[in-house]
Design a protein around this ligand. Structure first.
Ligand SMILES: Cc1cc2nc3c(=O)[nH]c(=O)nc-3n(C[C@H](O)[C@H](O)[C@H](O)COP(=O)(O)OP(=O)(O)OC[C@H]3O[C@@H](n4cnc5c(N)ncnc54)[C@H](O)[C@@H]3O)c2cc1C
Length: 389
């Protein structure tokens, strides 16, 4: 391969570029990103960056020295708008094309928006540095009434940061309890209780009918008729994989780019990684998946076929109201729960999800060391990278 192009200049894209060089690719490396920024880290955007404890400089994922070593052509502020049906030419929105032998798709996801709220001042989503800058500015003044729509991880973290900044916060969640698909009802219940303990209101089981306000938002109207006055609204209702630009490429797309267990797509010279990739039927929106998949994807890209699979033990963390929540593995409905250290009352524990005597997943709240030990065990059980040749 003489040219490899990485589309998406963020976490998974940077790790793919690193993996290409680490695995001996010494050809032309092109990195295309539609944001104007160098790769930066997203997790702090809803946490320390929002509260002001972290600066923009702290978000950088690579320093100048590493960028020099990567010897890549960076096409930033440039959106890829198409990929030809053989996956050998990338079309850019400025009219240029990139002829390439291999492609790594790392275009991530965008924040889902609430229809009809476009252009209404005071309404925010939180996915990009620019989003976070805007929200941080909106939260910078005196105490404001903040309504967070969506009680998932990003909504909960944003609510936590807003409480930390002294704002009056209400979280609205359409489901009877947030985070049930990820944690199951018992542990989701524990996480939901963190809002109330910290002084944020949580309203569940009711959707949003609409927002009030002409130029700027003034209130959130709920489906049951309640009206919540609001100066700032944060919409945290999930993310959508950024695959629209791949229409016409012949790649199979269905809630992400469909890949085998080794991140290989249906075109032999195209692999996909990170939030945009549905690897072995599952799409994760986790930092660790976006950093682990690229080495495997690149190995398979350079080999021209799948010679390695990704490890099937996903992991994520979340920081809310001073608590560090860590989760690893794959829980399923009906797993039994066993708290093996600490307790819910203490607000600090390690819990195992079990099925047939085997641990399927782990959840810890403020128990990083025992969690790390147990996670290592779980990874051993999941057998790590599986070479197929
Ligand atoms: C606020 C926030 C907090 C988070 N906190 C946590 C956490 O605590 N723990 C955790 O495990 N995970 C967390 N995550 C998730 C984690 O950040 C993501 O899983 C990770 O960023 C995925 O990396 P990625 O490179 O696949 O996608 P992204 O980071 O979304 O990057 C994709 C890049 O591709 C660009 N792009 C898209 N389309 C095109 C195109 N057509 N042409 C060119 N460029 C394009 C995008 O603009 C973007 O720069 C958080 C995410 C957010 C937004």
């Amino acid at each position: 391969m003489r040219t490899v192009t990485v589309v998406g200049a963020s976490l998974a894209g940077l790790y793919a570029a690193r993996a290409l060089r680490a695995q001996g690719f010494d050809g032309r490396l092109v990195i295309v990103g539609d944001e104007p920024h160098r790769p930066y880290d997203r997790p702090p955007l809803s946490k320390d960056f929002l509260t002001g404890a972290t600066t923009e400089a702290d978000l950088a994922l690579a320093d100048a020295e590493e960028e020099t070593e990567l010897a890549a052509e960076w096409l930033l502020g440039t959106r890829a708008r198409g990929l030809d049906a053989r996956g050998r030419t990338l079309l850019l929105d400025d009219g240029r094309t990139v002829a390439t032998d291999g492609i790594v798709l790392a275009t991530g996801a965008r924040a889902r928006t609430l229809p009809g709220t476009e252009g209404l001042a005071g309404v925010h989503t939180l996915r990009t540095l620019d989003d976070a800058r805007a929200l941080r500015a909106a939260l910078g003044g005196p105490a404001r009434r903040v309504v967070v729509i969506g009680g998932g991880f990003i909504g909960a973290e944003t609510a936590s940061s807003c409480v930390g900044l002294g704002h009056e916060v209400t979280v609205v969640e359409a489901a009877p309890l947030p985070l049930v698909p990820q944690l199951g009802p018992e542990m989701a219940g524990f996480c939901a209780s963190l809002h109330g303990r910290a002084g944020a209101a949580l309203i569940t089981g009711v959707g949003v009918a609409g927002l009030h306000g002409r130029a700027a938002v003034t209130a959130v109207e709920l489906a049951d008729g309640r009206v919540l006055p609001a100066d700032v609204v944060v919409v945290g209702i999930g993310a959508v994989p950024r695959t629209g630009w791949l229409a016409g490429s012949t790649l199979l797309v269905n809630d992400g780019v469909l890949c085998d267990d080794g991140c290989a797509t249906t075109l032999p010279q195209v692999v996909a990684v990170g939030d945009v990739a549905r690897v072995g039927g599952v799409r994760h929106e986790h930092w660790t998946s976006a950093t682990e998949q690229p080495a495997v994807a690149v190995r398979n890209l350079l080999a021209g076929r799948t010679v390695e699979h990704v490890r099937p033990a996903p992991y994520f963390w979340s920081d809310q109201y001073g608590a560090r929540i860590q989760f690893a593995g794959r829980r399923r409905d009906g797993d039994t729960l066993r708290i093996v250290e600490g307790s819910l009352e203490e607000g600090s524990f390690l819990c195992r999800y079990e099925r047939g005597g085997t641990t399927t997943a782990l959840l810890a709240v403020d128990r990083p060391r025992p969690f790390t030990r147990a996670r290592r065990e779980l990874a051993r059980q999941a057998a790590g990278p599986v070479p197929t040749a």
